[in-house]
Ligand binder design. Structure first.
Ligand code: HEM
Length: 474
């Protein structure tokens, strides 16, 4: 391998490799974005790493990330193959969407997911009503805490995941449903299981998975999540009427029927749980983590919270629910939500990409099949772009007249062909949930409690450390 790398004269520089492990010891897999940012100071915006025998390059800073994801979108649109998930059913034609290789199956599933979610309301009034209703349930549950200190984590998780559940399975789950609460805890655990050195080692040395018991013991929660999903899908099949489409699952079942004559279709029984789990987990964890950051930032910055309250009182008042139309008249809230996403930085290293063909980036040669990490932290906190990259500063998104301004380097959803499929849904949820919560409550630090930490805990996403709030009715 090293001989081959020497032949690529314009291959990006990087730290020197050790036998077998390559450069793996240079990375803190519990804080990869921090390691990447430090290494970029030494090796530049495009540098190379080697996880055992696997070539990786890390792309840093707005300019280089934009060149890769936007200007050379197709060259960087592939994903590495993940044999570590084969024991769950991931494989040819059943790769779901999120980790699907760039090709026919991914295109088919991405197109289908987008159009079906739209048919069931994504970006439309019907879904807006569903989110507003769920925000009402969430506010009632918080009211019933009667101003006592509590951790909002799983209430928010439940509310957010009910929105995607309504779309996929046509049902929501009450906040005291023990089985569903267990599922939400499992998703949380599953993210922890994927973090750290060992899972990364298994990605690049998959034969270690042949050691009996290894996959089961490392990815225990994922198996349980899949079992839960299969149970929901089984119930669905039993009540399914092929002439009706209640939700995403029904639409997928119809496609399976249509595809029965076509060998090799990605609409098959194995892929149904893969795709639904993908949408369910991607649609739950990311948005609810962002909302948890938003509440934490409000708790830590009462002056900003006060301005948010003022804008809500001025534009919406206290008697009606927020609507998406209000957003255009609420530049401050829009700026606060955008700044929460920027500063909260919940997907610091995005998802891994892979080069689909030989290509060039910032003058470097990147061969086909190289794993590519886009360091989104380095974009959202790019010191050449943001005025105060390491502070929570909503003014990043306001002009001199206090009107909302878009920023090109705002890439929390990534960009290009693999850009987040749920961006539109997430934006709607963030605005409606956040505005409803702040319309009803003042978020305070419970008396006598220490100021919560503001640094994140990395496990696929960057999440706040557990904290408690006191939600005082307004
Ligand atoms: C992919 C962020 C909400 C579904 C991604 C990626 C990021 C991201 C960074 C990786 C893109 C890449 O590979 O370059 C976020 C954030 C969210 C959010 C910050 C909320 C604040 C959602 C929601 C859904 C969703 C609500 C539900 C439908 C997906 C899917 C992909 C994805 C299916 C894979 C797309 C593909 O590979 O083609 N998201 N996401 N996300 N997201 Fe989201």
């Amino acid at each position: 391998f090293l001989k081959r790398r020497k032949r690529w004269s314009r291959y990006p520089p990087g730290p020197s490799s050790l036998p077998f492990l390559g450069t793996m010891l240079q990375i803190d897999f519990h804080n990869p974005h921090v390691s990447f940012t430090q290494l970029s100071k030494k090796y530049g915006n495009v540098f190379s790493l080697q996880n055992c025998w696997t070539n990786l390059i890390v792309v840093n800073g707005f300019k280089a990330v934009k060149e890769a994801l936007v200007q050379k979108s197709e060259d960087f649109a592939d994903r590495p193959y993940f044999p570590i998930y084969e024991h769950l059913g991931y494989g040819e034609n059943s790769e779901g969407v999120v980790l699907a290789r760039y090709g026919h199956a991914w295109k088919e599933q991405r197109r289908f997911a987008l159009s079906t979610l739209r048919n069931f309301g994504m970006g439309k009034k019907s879904l807006e009503h569903r989110v507003t209703e769920e925000a009402g349930f969430l506010c009632s549950a918080i009211s019933s805490e009667k101003g006592r200190p509590f951790d909002p984590h799983f209430l928010i998780n439940n509310a957010v995941s009910n929105v995607i559940c309504s779309l996929i399975y046509g049902e929501r789950f009450d906040y005291d449903n023990k089985k569903f609460q267990r599922l939400l805890h499992l998703i949380d655990q599953a993210l922890d299981e994927e973090a750290g050195f060992l899972p990364q080692l298994l990605v690049v040395v998959p034969w270690l998975l042949r050691i009996p018991g290894v996959p089961q013991s490392i990815f225990r929660s994922q198996k349980e999540i899949l079992d839960f999903t299969n149970e929901l899908l089984k119930e669905h099949r039993m009540t399914w009427n092929p002439t009706q489409k209640r939700d995403f699952t029904d639409a997928f079942l119809q496609e399976i029927e249509k595809a029965k004559e076509h060998a090799g279709s990605s609409f098959n029984d194995n892929n149904l749980p893969m795709v639904t789990v993908d949408l369910f987990t991607a649609g739950t964890e990311t948005t609810s983590t962002t909302l948890r950051w938003a509440l934490l930032f409000m708790l830590l910055r009462p002056d900003i919270q006060c301005k948010v309250h003022e804008e809500i009182d001025k534009v919406i008042g206290r008697d009606r629910s927020p609507q998406m139309e209000d957003q255009a008249n609420m530049p401050y809230i829009s700026a606060v939500i955008h700044e929460t996403q920027r500063y909260g930085d919940i997907a610091p290293v995005g998802l891994p990409h892979m080069t689909y063909r030989d290509t060039e980036l910032q003058g470097f040669f990147i061969p086909k099949g190289t794993t590519v990490i886009t360091n989104l932290t380095s974009v959202l906190k790019d010191e050449t772009v943001w005025e105060k990259p390491h502070q929570f500063y909503p003014e990043h998104f306001l002009d001199a007249d206090e009107q909302f301004v878009k920023r090109e380097a705002f890439l929390p959803f990534s960009a290009g062909r693999r850009v987040c499929l749920g961006e539109q849904l997430a934006r709607m949820e963030l605005f409606l949930f956040f505005t409803s919560l702040l319309q009803h409550f003042t978020i305070c630090l419970p008396e006598g409690q220490a100021r919560p930490r503001e640094d994140g805990r990395f496990a696929a996403t960057l999440r706040p450390h557990p904290y408690q709030i006191q939600a005082v009715p307004r």
